[in-house]
Design a protein around this ligand. Structure first.
Ligand code: SAM
Ligand code: SF4
Ligand code: SF4
Length: 332
């Protein structure tokens, strides 16, 4: 078992497979933000990603989440899932998507061995959707993607909803109802100050307690116990249906103490925190002929030296931070 300086075990890897996206969500990669995308040669290949994961499992990693950017934009993403599925020790392969290409991909993903899926859904209003994602795209296609994943039996199916004041906070009840009707596990997410492009400020954050008091106007629910210390969401159960929902309150109730997650960016850098300035270049090592033992020792050192807890220190650290990695690069 590998522990960092604050005693946290390494359990999960988040893999960003591309920094590209067909959406330009204003809270992540705004349409007017200046973004230079990676060249193909700079992306880790699926073989390289699978090798990193094979090195990570003896160190304790049990879960891998594929994300981005938009992971379904990378060609044949199901091939990566197929390569991860047989990795010894890896128990869970999950993927987070904006859902736009889900309908055409879901069967391939499932057949390749995907265990869990999360789809982001930020509004149920078609015109608002176009504004929020910064593109003239159809919300209906995302909804169809969610329904086809459900009908393929990809369970549990989770929905991520970032809540931003003045943008979609008036839809908390409607999105909750949609998830109840369609038997989806909803996670509301507080708007975070990731990257430097999204114009974050504290006034735009709808705190977990406010989300809960809005939900309490219509529903009765109770809080559930944490399954384990690395759980990021506060979890609740609707009393009438027994369905679960959660809130990821990383701004108002940070959970750094249980953070067991390493992140691998699309260009092969390891990040020990979502809010890091820079990562550790594992691609360089992979492409210069390092052995598995060398890779393992490099990653071991990175984790054992780790002491990140940005969300706990947010208000002290924010003022001295200029450079900061974007979420679509490091993987949300
Ligand atoms: N493109 C995929 C998607 O949107 O689901 C995967 C990558 S996205 C960066 C991963 C998750 O991060 C999504 O659920 C997204 O809503 C969330 N996210 C993006 N920007 C955020 C922000 N500023 N604060 C909180 N969550 C954010
Ligand atoms: Fe793309 Fe996901 Fe970021 Fe939206 S949140 S811009 S879908 S990567
Ligand atoms: Fe983990 Fe960094 Fe988020 Fe804290 S701020 S929970 S250390 S990723």
């Amino acid at each position: 078992m590998l522990r960092d300086r604050l005693g946290r075990e390494l359990k999960d890897i988040r893999i960003s497979v591309t920094d590209r996206c067909n959406f330009r969500c204003f809270f992540c990669m705004p349409a007017d933000g200046e973004v230079t995308f990676l060249h193909r040669k700079d992306l880790l290949t699926y073989e390289e990603i699978a090798r990193v994961v094979r090195v990570l499992t003896p160190l304790g990693v049990r879960k891998a989440r594929i994300t981005g950017g938009e992971p379904l934009m990378r060609a044949h993403i199901e091939n990566l899932i197929g390569m991860l599925a047989p990795v010894d020790g890896l128990r869970d392969i999950a993927l987070t998507t904006n859902g736009y290409r889900l309908e055409e991909k879901v069967e391939l993903l499932k057949t390749a061995g995907l265990n869990r899926l999360t789809v982001s859904l930020i509004t149920l209003k078609p015109d608002r959707f176009k504004r929020m994602v910064g593109r003239n795209l159809s919300l209906e296609k995302v909804i169809r993607g969610i329904k086809s994943a459900k009908s393929m039996g990809l369970e549990p199916l989770k929905i991520n909803t970032v809540v931003v004041r003045g943008a979609n906070d008036d839809e908390i009840l409607d999105i909750a109802e949609f998830c109840r009707e369609n038997d989806l596990i909803l996670r509301f997410i507080e708007f975070m100050d990731v990257g430097t492009l999204n114009g974050w400020n504290l006034d735009k954050v709808v705190p977990a307690r406010e989300i809960l008091s809005t939900l309490a106007k219509r529903y009765s629910f109770e809080e559930l116990e944490r399954k384990d210390s690395s759980e990021t969401a506060l979890r609740f159960r609707f009393r009438d249906t027994g369905q679960e929902f959660g809130i990821i309150a990383s701004v108002t109730q940070p959970f750094c103490r249980g953070c067991s997650r390493l992140r691998l960016s699309a260009d092969g850098k390891l990040f020990t925190c979502l809010f890091a300035n820079d990562g550790f270049d594992v691609k360089e090592l992979l492409r210069s002929g390092a052995t598995d033992e060398e890779l393992l020792s490099y990653i071991k050192d990175i984790w054992t030296e780790r002491e990140d807890r940005y969300s706990e220190l947010r208000f002290e650290l924010r003022k001295d931070r200029g450079k900061r990695v974007e979420m679509f690069r490091v993987g949300g």
